[in-house]
Design a protein around this ligand. Structure first.
Ligand code: ADP
Ligand code: MG
Length: 140
């Protein structure tokens, strides 16, 4: 059984398009409990550190610039097998390939501006949650 928590980020494209409220509704309708939630603007060093694992990939610099282009909403989501379940609810990285009734299909624009981030493993979920939130900020 996987971890019950994952880290979500509503990305700048979706916040600018005012999809934030729709995405919160969507998540709650899919059964997630939101344990923590905050809006913030990442600095360049913060975005670089968050996406450090992608440093060698060709899209890294563009991704960092995109993630600092506006406000984001970071959330801790709770559900059974949260990491895998949220990957399913988000849909494919490329919104064109995402299944119907997924966040990226509904609200993503393209492979970069794809509305949301979700952790890809329990280990990374734990690291990413600590990146944005202290223990005190999480409902337990
Ligand atoms: P995911 O977010 O689905 O886990 P990755 O971890 O592979 O996908 O990539 C991280 C983020 O980098 C993506 O969500 C997207 O914003 C961006 N990205 C991924 N692949 C590309 C690409 N080929 N071109 C531009 N941006 C990309
Ligand atoms: Mg990823």
């Amino acid at each position: 059984m996987g971890s019950k928590k994952t880290l979500s980020i509503i990305k700048p494209d979706a916040v600018k398009s005012k999809y934030h409220g729709n995405i919160v509704d969507f998540l709650e309708n899919k059964g997630f409990k939101i344990l923590a939630h905050k809006k913030l603007k990442l600095s360049k060093p913060q975005a670089e550190a968050f996406y450090e694992i992608h440093k060698e990939r060709p899209f890294y610099n563009d991704l960092v610039d995109f993630m600092i282009s506006g406000e984001v909403v970071a959330q801790v989501l709770e559900a059974e097998n949260a990491v895998l379940y949220y990957r399913e609810v988000m849909g494919d990285t490329n919104p064109e390939k995402a299944e119907n009734d997924t966040i990226r299909k509904l609200y993503g624009r393209n492979i970069q501006c794809n509305a949301v981030h979700g952790s890809d493993s329990d280990e990374n979920a734990s690291k990413e949650i600590s990146f944005f939130f202290s223990k005190l900020e999480l409902i337990n």
